[in-house]
Design a binder for this molecule. Structure first.
Ligand code: FES
Length: 115
């Protein structure tokens, strides 16, 4: 069985009311660790490990469309995984999300990198 979003490989994570707009949550789907963020634009899943020095972004916080690393305060765009603030320069993977029945589902197959 395939685990792609196109084939329905969605994994349930948390109820929407448990996902805070300031403090993201760590979730795992098929062994892939992600940080789940909430903004006015919806729910977004990214790789949980900072591309600077391997801190867990789920220990950081979110402001608008950015998630901030807890160690050196670098940040990433939660919609695209793009590195925004120094000392982060390398992007991180993003993953598809959808909401069904009040639950946020993620797909453990990363979105294609933005060019
Ligand atoms: S470990 Fe994330 S900014 Fe340094």
């Amino acid at each position: 069985m395939s685990d792609t979003a196109a084939d329905g490989g969605w994994v349930p994570t948390l109820p929407v009311e448990e996902i805070d707009s300031e403090f993201p949550s760590m979730v795992t789907a098929d062994g892939v660790e992600m940080v789940l963020c909430r903004s006015d634009g919806g729910f977004f899943a990214l790789g949980n490990i900072c591309s600077h020095a391997y801190a867990r972004l789920s220990d950081g916080h979110t402001e608008g469309n950015q998630v901030f690393c807890p160690i050196h305060m670098g940040s990433f765009d939660i919609r695209t995984g793009e590195a925004i603030a120094s000392p982060c320069y390398e992007p991180i993977a993003t993953y598809p999300t959808r909401v069904d029945g009040g639950i946020v589902f993620v797909c453990p197959v990363a979105n294609p990198p933005k060019s």
